[in-house]
Design a protein around this ligand. Structure first.
Ligand SMILES: [Zn+2]
Length: 279
């Protein structure tokens, strides 16, 4: 059976980029740590392991989450300290963040996902920083272009990435890239691997994409946000119409959709996937 990749982007209600400008004046009281048990239980009952791409400041305030994730066989990886888009950061700042996260995780983190998939030609210094800190992999490339992120004409399966070759295999690359899964809906290529698209489009769209990848012998890399799996802890934030729609539309459906996907297909953490393959 084909092995696929599951990433849980673990962040709080005030972290998503679309939400950030509208919650600056509010007290950032963290809520989502309360949902960790429910997520781990879903993974347990479906015999799935996952990679938790964790926003570092949440481990600072709730350090016991690290043990809970690791003790249950899951992987901890880095999703920046405060969920800042890499376009607003620098290599120096990012290197410092990597050092802090190393301490927070006792050196257990080997993988990274950029908030809002913000690795691009302006932020490719992040690849060098990850290599300098001995990271093994990145998973920040969406192989289709949207308003916010993504690239066209990109590798679909895992490849070696470098700062001069973000979308194609670089034989000398020292970091593995696991691009997110894409698929088709009504003839249009879309990032059907998670987030809003997994909630908005019919579930069959994502299931068909996984099947298509399987036929090509490629792993599907899918992602969900912690706050989508435990909407009971997600406050109702006052947002403009578009942001409200993208953040909350069908949010109650994510849990059952993910459950159906990981019941039907086999998903694992990036760490276990790498151990099982010939990289
Ligand atoms: Zn995120």
């Amino acid at each position: 059976m084909n092995l696929n990749l599951l990433g849980i982007d673990f962040e709080d209600w005030y972290h998503p980029q679309l939400v950030q400008p509208f919650v600056k004046h509010l007290k950032h009281e963290s809520k989502m740590f309360q949902g960790l048990d429910k997520i781990i239980e879903l993974l347990r009952k479906t015999e799935t392991t996952a990679t938790f791409f964790m926003v570092g400041e949440l481990l600072e305030s709730h350090p016991s989450m690290l043990d809970k994730i690791l003790e249950n066989g899951h992987e901890i990886s880095f999703h920046t300290l405060n969920h800042s888009n890499l376009n607003n950061s620098t290599k120096e700042k990012f290197l410092d963040e990597l050092d802090i996260f190393r301490k927070l995780t006792n050196g257990r983190s080997n993988g990274f996902r950029a908030p809002t998939f913000s690795i691009n030609s302006n932020t490719s210094w992040a690849i060098d920083a990850l290599i300098e800190k001995n990271y093994v992999y990145d998973s920040s490339i969406m192989p289709t272009k949207t308003q916010l992120y993504g690239f066209n004409n990109c590798e679909l399966g895992p490849y070696k990435i470098s700062n001069s070759s973000l979308t194609k295999n670089d034989p000398n690359g020292k970091l593995l890239e696991f691009p997110l899964m894409i698929g088709k809906f009504l003839g249009k290529t879309l990032p059907v691997s998670g987030g809003f698209y997994l909630r908005f489009l019919p579930l069959q769209t994502s299931l068909s994409a996984i099947k298509k990848y399987e036929r090509k012998n490629l792993p599907s890399s899918i992602y969900v946000h912690s706050w989508e799996l435990t909407p009971e802890f997600m406050p109702k934030i006052l947002l403009p119409l578009k942001e409200k729609f993208v953040t909350y539309h069908n949010i109650q459906k994510t849990y059952s959709r993910l459950e159906q996907i990981i019941t039907k297909y086999k998903f694992t953490s990036f760490e276990k996937f790498i151990k099982n393959s010939s990289f």
